[in-house]
Unconditional design. Structure first.
Length: 299
């Protein structure tokens, strides 16, 4: 096996592992929620993730110094992403399924293109427009299946998660310059630090972290560990390793493992139903993501 092929193999492996761990985290979040509130769980998960990332990236932190204006940008983007996204995701999973959340999560590249085009950071061509239509068609198909008597609650959860995905896309668009100047690990960790501090304040206001919401049983603490380390710090660390070895296009194609593992984990761990319409919608969304990445590569 040549050196290039080794790099490609391990890059695809790490990207697939990162995406798969993220998908499993959606189902595990639903398992943990009955023992806590979404605000306290979001704070605890991402606080553990922060500690794990610092352990993995201590050297990068010690050698990086931000300009004051850039540190402010990182902090604001961190609050938008690392507070808005996890709180919306966890709160939404109280009402919707992990499989549906995985489908919505898979549209993040689509929202990124829309936001970048709106602010004239990126051009919207015919291929991207078709991909956007395909993605939203797939989302409508998937989210129209598996509805029950609690349609209002389920759709509320879907919409809240969409808001979280949009906040993550905003970070992706406006953090590119900062990541280029300072590297991905320092930007991500300092942004995460800002988000975790803000999440703690939100948890104090709307949750009850010191009044029973963190009193997990042994299973609950196991779920928290899975969310914080394998589906948290390790997920982000693997994604960073992948981007050193393969192109963003190749890595983004591997992101299809996120909704796939969310669907499978939801079915296995929670008994969530998988219908043919749901799977067709899933394939439409993944196809749209691939088309978007091909369009970006051609540019």
């Amino acid at each position: 096996m040549t050196e290039f092929n080794k790099s490609l193999f391990w890059g695809l492996f790490f990207a697939s592992m990162a995406s798969g761990l993220g998908g499993v985290g959606l189902a595990v979040t639903r398992l943990a929620l009955p023992q806590t509130d979404p605000f306290s769980l979001s704070f605890l998960r991402w606080f553990i993730m922060l500690l794990g990332l610092v352990a993995f990236s201590a050297k990068a932190l010690l050698t990086t110094r931000f300009a004051r204006k850039d540190f402010l940008k990182v902090s604001l983007l961190g609050i938008a992403y690392f507070s808005g996204f996890p709180i919306c995701l966890t709160f939404g999973l109280e009402f919707t399924t992990s499989g549906r959340a995985g489908i919505v999560f898979a549209t993040m590249p689509v929202w990124t293109i829309i936001i970048a085009s709106f602010f004239q950071i990126e051009k919207l061509n015919a291929t991207k427009f078709i991909a956007i239509l395909l993605a939203f068609g797939g989302v409508v198909l998937s989210l129209s299946s598996n509805l029950s008597d609690n349609n209002g609650q389920i759709l509320t959860g879907d919409i809240v998660i969409i808001i979280g995905v949009i906040s993550a896309s905003i970070f992706t668009v406006f953090a590119k310059g900062l990541i280029k100047n300072y590297g991905s690990q320092p930007v991500m960790i300092y942004a995460l630090l800002s988000g975790v501090v803000f999440m703690f304040l939100i948890a104090l206001l709307f949750g009850s972290p010191f009044a029973g919401s963190l009193d997990f049983n042994i299973n609950g603490w196991f779920y928290v560990f899975i969310l914080g380390i394998p589906s948290g710090a390790l997920m982000i660390y693997f994604w960073g390793l992948a981007l050193r070895m393969i192109s963003p296009t190749q890595a983004a194609i591997c992101s299809g493992f996120n909704p796939l593992t969310a669907i499978l984990a939801g079915a296995i761990l929670l008994g969530e139903e998988i219908t043919s319409v749901f799977l067709i919608g899933f394939l439409c969304v993944i196809s749209a993501v691939i088309f978007l990445q091909i369009a970006n590569k051609n540019e």
